[in-house]
Write a new protein. Structure first.
Length: 80
């Protein structure tokens, strides 16, 4: 898991899925975005220091994915 540099998003890896949550989340069952692309389990996720991308690394497919991290400057909760 990794928190975005602006502190408004949290990314996790669960099997072949990248999940992106608003942070902090104050409710159970919070909204999230789920992204798929890897051919198996994801080994790690990390935001770039400029908050522009999320990088995921596949453990089985040995692929590195670069996901654009889009934020909404008008939304104080942070966007995805």
């Amino acid at each position: 898991a990794d928190q975005s540099p602006d502190g408004k998003a949290l990314a996790t890896a669960h099997g072949p899925q990248v999940k992106l949550f608003r942070y902090p989340s104050v409710a159970a069952g919070c909204d999230r975005q789920v992204y798929e692309g890897h051919g198996g389990t994801i080994a790690a996720v990390r935001f770039t220091t400029d908050n522009q991308f999320l990088i995921s690394v596949g453990a089985l497919d040995m692929c590195i994915f670069q996901w654009r991290h889009v934020t909404d400057a008008h939304d104080d909760r942070g966007g995805h």
